[in-house]
Design a protein around this ligand. Structure first.
Ligand SMILES: [Zn+2]
Length: 625
């Protein structure tokens, strides 16, 4: 705790020198959050909100930045009470919008006191930042869950003066500047509502801060909180890889749009696992052994690079129609193929450039992405653009029927598409230019402090054309609107590699399958199962689906033997040399039936194989700069 506080106090000097903030045009709200009961998963907040007599309209943040959806967890808001001058005030929720609350302010009052509680999920639940966020040993404080703000102002124009009480003895990390910190009572320098919501706090009993570039400016730091002290002790080279990440991202973009960056990394089996980007920090959560276990480390290797890239691509450069003045106005998600797709591509290449992945790990991951997208019949009716347009809904759909419904495919599919764009730039410029030049041009700029520069589709096309002249409008229009039949493999093939299916899996593939408690026979008979045989999805048009199997059923037997992943894999393997069908005993809504699959092509696992007729551009792309 002491070393962290020492570092944060340095920030206080900087803020004082800056004087009165420029955003002081609107009201100042004071917010006191009591997270001292975090292990009970209840957080209390008290706000003082300037008001005039009459109706005060307050909003609970609805459209959460980075989550691209109206998923502000208003159903977990409880204990709401308003008072003014010691008098309890009447309030009522807007009948057309559950995130809007109207409070009646009596004559003579100019301030409303609001009390509210946020009920963090009591059992393990997903749902991004509104998912499980507190354990006995740690918590992530997302300010948007703990406040209301007055209607009529942009979030840039409302100042929040926030304080936070954390459990006794817990440490903390945040990109917010401190005014004071006595024991577990933290007071932050006033910031705009925009920056407050953009600056979560990670707190916990076991929290380690690792400087990632102590000699460089601006500084970056990896702050890791875990459910045990042991989870904070990975092999020393792990920290070196994250130091490399900061250096490699600096080399890629040429400048930074933060004053200091905090990777806020939560390691717990009892929190929702995801990553959420912010200008000067991220909120990334993986399992407790996410750093100490080599397999888990490799499976999560691109998470921090992805969220870090967002500081440039998503926070500094953001689609104009995704940029809203507050959290109430709907966001338009049509350009997420840039915001998330390009970020995903840069995230995986930075994972390789920084050493978090070996070149082989990177290729194994890419092979799996390409193979999955090549077995996606939903593309025949839904194009890639529609996966972005429908993102606010698709983030919350079930994995059942994924291959036919499609999901938020602009992450993985645009990884392939941006690789393709990178290859085109290299080919057209005779290896003189690359997508790195686009990143410097598009995401570089002045740097130094958080800023926002919006863009449109035309700006992206124009930026690419400034790097190398090409029919970029035609390229992206085709990529976003085509219906296949297969995945866009032009980037992989142009970079000197091919996707091939072999009868043995890579270690990376098998460990991904085991780690996720899955049994995958996607590329053979079209089955995606849980390890107990429950059918998550069937690939429409492939043998299992044609045989009558569908999501929600359960494979309980294989060739007369009780189901297990090994038994199914072995049956598919041995059917190659025989002529008997594979017999699956399937349970569906209390009934059993036998499904016979006439499949004899053996096991199929995706690999990237070198095409020696072309230069190895993929090797150049992932080389450290
Ligand atoms: Zn992202």
């Amino acid at each position: 705790m002491t070393s962290l506080r020492g570092r944060c106090f340095l920030g206080l000097v900087a803020v004082c020198l800056l004087g009165i903030p420029a955003w002081a045009a609107g009201p100042t709200v004071s917010l006191a959050v009591d997270a001292s009961q975090a292990p009970r998963k209840i957080f209390h907040a008290r706000l003082r909100i300037p008001a005039n007599p009459g109706t005060l309209t307050l909003y609970y943040p609805k459209w959460i930045p980075g989550e691209h959806a109206p998923d502000g967890p208003v159903d977990d808001l409880a204990g709401i009470k308003f008072s003014a001058g010691g008098q309890t005030l009447k309030w009522r929720r807007d009948l057309l919008d559950g995130w809007t609350i109207n409070v009646e302010v009596p004559a003579g009052q100019n301030e409303v006191l609001a009390d509210l509680d946020f009920l963090s999920p009591a059992t393990l639940e997903g749902g991004f930042s509104a998912g499980s966020s507190a354990t006995d040993k740690l918590a992530v404080i997302s300010w948007n869950q703990l406040l209301l703000y007055p209607k009529g102002w942009k979030s840039d124009d409302i100042t929040f003066s926030a304080s936070l009480k954390i459990p006794e003895g817990w440490k903390y990390a945040t990109s917010l500047n401190m005014v004071s910190a006595a024991e577990n009572d933290l007071h932050f320098a006033p910031v705009s509502l925009t920056m407050l919501v953009d600056s979560p706090v990670l707190t916990g009993q076991y929290l380690k801060a690792v400087p990632l570039n102590p000699r460089q400016n601006p500084p970056a730091e990896l702050d890791v909180a875990a459910d045990s002290a042991a989870a904070l002790e990975p092999p020393p080279e792990v920290w070196d890889h994250y130091k490399n990440l900061v250096a490699q991202a600096g080399a890629l973009f040429g400048t930074q749009h933060y004053r200091r960056y905090h990777f806020l990394y939560t390691l717990s089996d009892h929190v929702a696992h995801f990553g959420l980007e912010h200008h000067e920090s991220d909120d990334s959560r993986v399992s407790e052994r996410g750093l100490v276990d080599e397999t888990e480390r490799k499976l999560d290797a691109s998470l921090l690079p992805h969220e870090y890239v967002h500081s440039w691509n998503g926070k500094y450069r953001r689609p104009a129609d995704l940029t809203t003045p507050d959290y109430q106005q709907p966001m338009q998600t049509d350009l997420l193929w840039v915001y998330e797709g390009l970020t995903n591509y840069l995230g995986v290449i930075l994972a390789a450039r920084s050493g978090l992945w070996t070149p082989e790990d990177f290729r194994h991951d890419l092979a799996g992405v390409a193979a999955d997208l090549d077995h996606l019949p939903g593309r025949t009716w839904r194009n890639l653009q529609d996966t972005a347009d429908a993102a606010p809904q698709l983030y919350f759909t079930s994995r059942a029927w994924y291959s036919w419904r499609r999901g938020v495919d602009f992450y993985d599919e645009d990884t392939l598409n941006w690789l393709w764009a990178d290859v085109i730039i290299r080919q057209q410029s005779k290896l003189q230019k690359s997508l790195d030049d686009f990143c410097k041009l598009f995401h570089g700029g002045q740097g130094g402090t958080p800023a926002l520069k919006t863009y449109t589709f035309d700006d992206v096309i124009s930026g690419l054309n400034q790097v190398v002249a090409y029919d970029w409008r035609g390229f992206w229009t085709e990529r976003l609107t085509n219906h296949g039949p297969g995945a866009p493999l032009g980037g992989i093939e142009g970079s000197g590699w091919k996707v091939e299916y072999k009868d043995t899996p890579t270690d990376f593939y098998r460990s991904s399958e085991r780690n996720a408690n899955l049994v995958l026979e996607v590329y053979t008979v079209g089955l995606r199962l849980r390890e107990d045989g429950t059918v998550i999805d069937t690939i429409e048009g492939m043998m299992a689906a044609k045989g009558g199997i569908g999501p929600g059923m359960k494979v309980v037997g294989v060739n007369g033997r009780r189901f297990s992943g090994d038994v199914l894999h072995e049956a598919i393997k041995s059917a190659k040399s025989g002529s008997d069908p594979i017999e699956l005993l399937v349970e569906n809504t209390d009934y059993y039936k036998t499904v016979k699959l006439e499949y004899h092509e053996g096991e199929k696992y995706p690999h990237l194989v070198r095409d020696e007729s072309k230069p190895d551009l993929l090797g150049d792309i992932i080389k450290a700069k």
